[in-house]
Design a protein around this ligand. Structure first.
Ligand SMILES: C[S@@+](CC[C@H](N)C(=O)[O-])C[C@H]1O[C@@H](n2cnc3c(N)ncnc32)[C@H](O)[C@@H]1O
Length: 430
């Protein structure tokens, strides 16, 4: 094992130790990991999340990720309720808060809590030891300190399959772990995966996104939705190599990072048809977007430019062009959140708002992407229209419209940009 001086871009380099794991049978490097190196003044830090007291110690812990944890706990609990069993592999557990919540709230039968950083052991151990104290049952968890791919692969080789695998990497994308995760997942099992790769979704490094997700991504106005779509698209491709099909149950973007999280269900099967996996084309000239299948790729033309102004057309992909969420699944999550008192209690307001917005976004008439109202205003040369007024006008004119959980100043609609511009002008009396 050697120490490398690589700097993760999204976090302070001084907070990380970089380790390279080398496969002894090959001369090549098998993987590099970034392990959080705690500041020495930080010793013990007891806090509460959803009424559960735990210690974050010196580990990498973010309050801002609480909603992402809530979504994970709800989905794991739904799995337990429907299948009657729940074995979780928390591949990058940090202080172990997710493992603890999967055990207590989702009622997991067993959790393997893994974090490559051995110095987290004490705090994970103390946090998980609460489970028996609180619930008085036999020990239902194990702690390991392997590199995530190693633990996933070991489980697969021992045919020790899991129902739910959580890969919460920060400062890198998770694509590297997906194949091993799919191998060690039961059929119909769930993978909850995180990426913090905002550079790729912004189209700032298309060759990197090509290598990582198999998608050539260029700058587009709905970059954060692209972040979710390239993550899902990359997972679809990885699963397909193994003969599996994955579909997203929910997709969640949070600007604290940024963080892209998706929950995927895995079954047998191959790549989905053209409707769900293809290319997205945006026209800088008229502001309209369209999904383009592989077979249409050679003949893309925007109606506004008739291909004369081909330079204004931007194409990204292949990526996931299908629904970001399953409406039925979001409804189940919302119902469970209500049962648990997480809705309408003040503390849960954000979660309720998020789930309701995801439900709105699941309207099958809505296409991918969103339209930023600033863009409408700048094309219409007016002030930015009020979001509720423009949405109600669009609906009156027969279009589907919803807010986006990704961007507060944007709408999702099947209305062409030209009509949005006309409406914005009329609303301002132009
Ligand atoms: C974002 S933190 C996890 C936070 C935790 N899941 C939570 O919700 O609070 C990522 C953790 O992954 C660990 N880690 C980083 N690279 C790893 C790897 N390749 N394998 C296993 N653990 C890794 C780090 O030590 C760190 O504790």
């Amino acid at each position: 094992m050697s120490i490398l001086n690589l700097n993760p871009k999204s976090l302070s380099p001084s907070l990380f130790i970089h380790k390279t794991f080398t496969n002894p049978k090959r001369s090549s490097i098998s993987h590099q990991i970034s392990i959080f190196k705690p500041p020495i003044y930080c010793k013990s830090n007891q806090i509460t999340e959803r009424g559960i007291l735990f210690d974050t110690g010196d580990t990498f812990f973010r309050h801002e990720s609480a909603t992402g944890r809530d979504l994970g706990v709800l989905s794991a609990a739904l799995y337990k309720q429907s299948k009657g069993q729940l074995r979780v592999l928390d591949a990058m557990c940090g202080c172990g808060i997710r493992s603890l919540r999967y055990l207590i709230e989702s009622k997991a039968d067993f959790v393997l809590a893994n974090d490559a950083n051995e110095s987290h052991r004490r705090v994970i151990l103390e946090n998980l030891a609460q489970v028996e104290r609180l619930q008085g049952q036999n020990k239902r968890w194990v702690i390991t300190h392997w590199e995530a791919n190693r633990v996933l692969t070991d489980c697969y080789l021992q045919r020790d399959y899991f129902d739910y695998i959580d890969i919460d990497s920060f400062g890198s994308d998770s694509s590297f772990f997906l194949r091993a995760a799919f191998n060690s997942l039961k059929l119909d099992g769930l993978v909850y995966v995180t990426s913090t790769d905002g550079y790729s979704s912004g189209g700032h490094r298309p060759y990197h996104s090509l290598a990582t997700y198999g998608a050539y991504v260029r700058p587009m106005p709905y970059a954060n939705e692209l972040g979710l779509r390239i993550l899902i698209g990359g997972a679809v491709r990885e699963a397909s190599v193994l003969g599996y099909r994955v579909t997203p149950l929910f997709s969640y973007y949070s600007y604290h990072g940024p963080v892209f999280r998706v929950l995927l269900r895995m079954n047998r099967g191959k790549l989905p048809d053209n409707r769900d996996y293809g290319f997205i084309c945006y026209c800088n000239c008229c502001g309209n977007s369209q999904a383009v299948s592989w077979s249409e790729l050679g003949q893309i033309r925007c109606p506004c430019s008739n291909t004369k102004d081909a330079a204004s057309l931007v194409v990204s992909g292949p990526l996931w062009t299908g629904p970001l969420h399953s409406a039925a699944y979001i409804m189940e999550m919302l119902n469970l959140a209500e049962q648990w008192g997480w809705v309408g209690d003040g503390a849960g307001t954000d979660l309720e708002k998020l789930l309701k917005r995801m439900l709105e976004e699941s309207d099958p008439r809505l296409p991918f992407g969103y339209i930023k109202l600033d863009e409408v205003a700048s094309r219409a040369q007016t002030n930015t229209p009020s979001i509720s007024t423009i949405m109600s006008t669009l609906r009156k004119e027969g279009y589907a419209a919803s807010r986006s959980h990704i961007a507060s100043n944007a709408i999702k609609t099947n209305c062409p940009m030209a009509v949005c511009i006309r409406i914005a002008k009329e609303l301002h009396g132009c």
